[in-house]
Ligand binder design. Sequence first.
Ligand code: ZN
Length: 369
Amino acid sequence: MINRQRMLDQFLELIQIDSESGNELAMSEKLIGLLKAIPGAEVRTEAAGDFYKTNGCNVIGWIKGSLPGEPILLSAHMDTVVPGNGIKPVVKDGIVSSDGTTVLAADDKAGIAQIFEAICSIKESGTPHRDIEVIFSVGEEQGLYGAKSIDVSKLHARQGYVLDTGGRPGRIVTCQPGQYSFSATITGRSAHAGNRPEEGISAIQTAAKAIANMKLLRVDELTTSNIGVIEANFPTNIVPESCFVKGEVRSRSKTRLDEQERHIYQCFEDACKAAGASLEYEKTVKYLSYEMDLSAPVVAEYVAACGRLGVEPQIEGAGGGSDANIYNQYGMQCIVVGTGMYKNHTSAEILNIEEFGKCAEIILDVLTH
Ligand SMILES: [Zn+2]
């Protein structure tokens, strides 16, 4: 049985350990200690790779069970967004919030506390359970960097749950978009803007023409696209010779993701050609989309657990990415499940204590069936 008070206490302790992205050392050490305290747990760490600078590391655990069935992965990230240092929790009327000056970091420490409580309560009661693999990742908020650097060949589990979304208990995210980022550097030609402007090629004007031709924001039902950066800074008496533009494309369809990204590229290419400017363009694959079949065991088992607990499942898609995108990219079957948090990434973030408990009970039920 989930010990709700113990889980809440654990949560309150975890959120008071600072772990903004890049500074996950103390949390890594704390999680290693907590995992090692679980009887029979094998614990190891993995560095996050050269592309993500952190003093922490991914923490991975393996707890052999006696129930038949596929091993189950439980995953949560240990890094938080800013402002996430010096969190002072306020517990009132069944809700945990920060004092308003920081996030609460229920994203994703609520998930971490639920994973530990589910495992601890199983060990305490001696209830037979499935094989359990645990991943606590770093750098999720910065671009899923921890999950991206996991050595998948060392994992036992091929299906699992990322405890990292809001909404009421029973909420399951089975579909998340893929994301590309792109950057374009347009190089034109400088000239005196008053004396000989006809000799110049304005990189700013070229970028503006390219962007004006782009389909952006809500592109279609599955696809969004946005430009976030335009950089050029010249005196007004010089025709600007360079301009840097950066943006993103997201789509739940890989085909549409590729099409939109090619459309963006084409707009830059056409505008540069017309103006006689040159283009340096770069696309980065942040992560790929996934859509889990609702008949997949990972969905069916969670839905069955909801049924046993009298919780109505709520199956949805989400607009953002999570570590589940990366695990699915690895060929695993993973979905994202609710933790009882709301308004994450803001200083108004809260944790609903009742829902926090219920979500943990669903996970416990999955592990013991
Ligand atoms: Zn999160």
